[in-house]
Write a protein that binds this ligand. Sequence first.
Ligand code: GDP
Ligand code: IMO
Ligand code: MG
Length: 424
Amino acid sequence: MAGIVVVGTQWGDEGKGKYIDILSGDSDFVVRYSGGNNAGHTIVHEGTKYKFHLIPSGMLRKGKTCIIGNGVVIDPSVLLMELDSLKKQEIEMAELLISDRAHVIMPWHIALDTLQEEMRGKEGIGTTKRGIGPAYADKAERCGIRIGDLLDADYFREKVYSNLKIKNAIIEKVYEGNPIDPEKVIDEYLGYAEKLKPYITDVNSIIHKALENSKVVLFEGAQATFLDLDFGTYPYVTSSNPISGGVCTGAGVGPKMITDVLGVMKAYTSRVGSGPFVTEQSNEIGDKIRDLGHEYGTTTGRPRRCGWLDLVMLKYSARINGLTGLCINHMDTVGKLDNIKVCVAYKLNGEVIDYYPSNLKELGRCEPVYEEFESWKDVDISKIKRFEVLPESAKQYIRRIEQITGIPVKYIGVGPEREQTITM
Ligand code: GDP
Ligand code: IMO
Ligand code: MG
């Protein structure tokens, strides 16, 4: 039995999609367990770039099974668009299955996400405006609509009317927005249901059978530890649990079935949207990292905020997720800088602290304690296949990350392509 979780250790966009694509070669199933189309996972294979938002990143592997788990919130129009685009490219794809328990993102969720963000103004979260927060809020409120509900037209119709009675009142009376026409929504979504019907099933029994039969199941994380609803920089987080524990509720497997937890990280830090960022470089260093790493959002195209690697965050991530290995990306990018800083501790009121503050005001007052490293800008590492061949300064960088986090490095990314990865 092998249940391997691939989880983001920072604020997302660490390159999780790349590792799912790589590891899916030796796996049987790939299961997305949280988030929605706020995620953007990039795979570069033989020079072609593929961007996945809802479809698991194992989809390029024919003969494998990709599953969208119950913990995901699904915008059916986005899912169908992604499927169509893969079909148009005539790619030999994996099989796709969707949990009947996954919640649906409805037009009112997208409308409310946008209206709420506009009303928050400068205090906004900087959401992707894809309806993620309102969809998860309705799941907790117990008025959400599940993918399985779309297959029963009468029941679905009732749910749309009962939801819109309240949602339209909020949209019109609180936000002075335009009401949503229930009949239009019913027509549109029943059309999606017809197309998605062949994929919808009770995926939980399939996942369990796979694990019982010693198949390799990959659990694909979206977002990341510091965007986690409970353990991230609340309220500047997403509305789900992207951490490894999210697999238990988002795919319905017990913790004993998880055998490995791989934490994906960049050799620096990036963040999209608002919220604190202790090692942020709002200066020419941050601009240089953004340029070198092409740091623009896969989903929204927004420029990502960039800064130095923060090992205080990584230590916290290692603990919260129970990491068994690290995958470090963008060693090629960081190596092109003149020299490199890594934050190894935080000082608060002049004292080194040994925890990650939950209080954002306290976090905002934390000062990073840096160690400085030589870069390897004279060596192009993008074609290197073995650790031993890396420049000494790059090896030292990796060893120090292992030393401070206490987690062994399993993979090193030296470029975006599937093949630009060193296996330890
Ligand atoms: P995800 O959301 O965690 O899957 O990550 P994204 O796909 O949003 O962002 C990661 C970006 O970094 C993508 O554009 C990847 O192609 C790229 N990438 C991944 N690993 C490396 C690496 O080692 N070096 C470089 N230069 N780019 C990488
Ligand atoms: P992947 O899977 C980076 C951020 C948004 C915003 C906050 C809340 O590609 O790593 P939401 O729309 O979820 O309510 O927005 O979370 N965010 C991400 N940032 N990568 C992601 O996913 C993200 N998904 C959400 O920018 O700050
Ligand atoms: Mg991304």
